[in-house]
Design a protein around this ligand. Structure first.
Ligand SMILES: *Cc1c(COP(=O)(O)O)cnc(C)c1O
Length: 367
């Protein structure tokens, strides 16, 4: 009999429900022996990374026997110019997920409350558990953020608020006046993390200029990522923009080499290639039109769109539909882990990938 090591595990880790990622192309190929697989499951860029970013990544490979520069100096400089803040306000991380984790480690004590919305991005609750804080969920109505309900839940125990703007998977987002109202009414001792993983896709005039808000509310932390619109999900590069004191704290708490040298080089080149970003936004807008037109035809409802994905109300057979699509080599995302078992989320793909998804879904629905 060997020792049961799970007994050594911290109870908050023992009981947490791990993150459920989108199924990978290689795992579906392995399981079903399929050649051609289309993945529309993780809101990745269907165009892939910018050619310039790939070239920078290849060039960086030759130096990969060397440790990266710990501070990520060049990328930090480039980002600070791009968003027009000082370099001392930027913190780099291995994806924005690692920055959420860093914020919780640096600021939350066991027993503190970390506030988030119901159906909010799944990592927030997981991270709260890892630091033995309580994830407090604010209910959503009609997929909308209820700022008043959130403010009601703030107590002396509240340490951090996580809000995805817009949210994955529900596309919920705070308009500028709602963000302003929220920030004006939370104590300055409560940190508000605004996760802008999809901000590049937002063209609504009411979408808040969070960088301006940061000048007035130093308890605001904005996070952004190279994983979605910039097409570098596999390289894991994210960053936050905050008050310099907060950035200094996060940099103190982080691991020494937050981003690998290939990620640093690729992200810097990706940032410089705004033409690729523009092309991405164009193909995303077209793809969303293509997908929603087809869903309208099929009489399927979907949550109002913000970002590069569509969350569809399928019904009781949603999981069955998901499985049948898998059999045909199309991976989308079930939302059971979000307590939305009747819904499926599909990421925008290339026109022909969208067509393949639509055709497969149509034949499944009409069966
Ligand atoms: C994808 C996603 C992230 C994670 O981004 P990484 O930078 O790849 O860690 C964060 N927030 C939301 C809402 C996302 O959908």
């Amino acid at each position: 009999m060997s020792y049961d090591y799970s007994r050594l595990t911290h109870p908050s880790i023992q009981t947490l429900t791990p993150y459920v990622p989108g199924k990978s192309i290689t795992s579906l190929q392995r399981e079903l022996g399929l050649q051609r697989v289309i993945k529309l499951a993780s809101n990745e860029n269907p165009l892939g990374a910018s050619a310039q970013a790939l070239e920078a990544a290849r060039n960086a490979l030759t130096e990969s026997y060397l440790y990266p520069e710990s501070s990520g100096h060049e990328l930090t400089q480039a980002l600070s110019q791009f968003v027009n803040v000082t370099p001392s306000q930027i913190t780099l991380g291995n994806g924005s997920d690692s920055i959420f984790s860093l914020i919780a480690q640096a600021y939350a004590n066991p027993g503190d409350d970390i506030i988030m919305f119901q159906y909010g991005f799944a990592m927030y609750a997981i991270i709260a558990h890892t630091v033995q804080a309580n994830p407090l969920m604010i209910p959503m109505t009609n997929w909308q953020y209820d700022v008043a309900a959130l403010l009601d839940k703030i107590t002396e125990r509240t340490k951090i608020i996580f809000i995805a703007n817009p949210n994955n998977p529900t596309g919920s987002w705070l308009k500028d006046d709602e963000l302003e109202y929220l920030l004006a009414n939370i104590p300055e001792t409560v940190l508000c993390v605004l996760d802008e993983a999809y901000y590049e896709f937002m063209d609504d005039v009411a979408y808040p200029n969070s960088l301006q808000a940061l000048q007035r509310y130093p308890n605001l932390i904005i996070t952004r990522t190279f994983s979605k619109a910039y097409g570098l999900a596999g390289l894991r590069v994210g960053y936050s923009i905050s008050h310099p004191d907060i950035a200094a704290t996060l940099n103190r708490a982080r691991l020494p080499f937050a981003v690998n040298s290939i990620g640093l080089a690729a992200a810097q080149a990706a940032l410089a290639d705004q033409a690729h970003l523009k092309q991405t936004l164009k193909i995303t807008a077209q793809g969303l039109k293509q997908l929603t037109a087809a869903l309208d035809q099929l009489n399927l409802k979907y949550i109002p769109i913000a970002g590069n994905f569509v969350t569809i109300e399928i019904g009781d057979n949603a999981l069955k539909v998901y499985e049948t699509l898998l059999q045909q080599g199309i991976i989308i995302r079930p939302l059971t882990n979000y307590d939305l078992p009747h819904m499926l989320r599909v990421s925008v793909g290339l026109p022909e990938q969208n067509t393949a998804f639509i055709n497969a879904l149509t034949s499944i629905i009409n069966q």
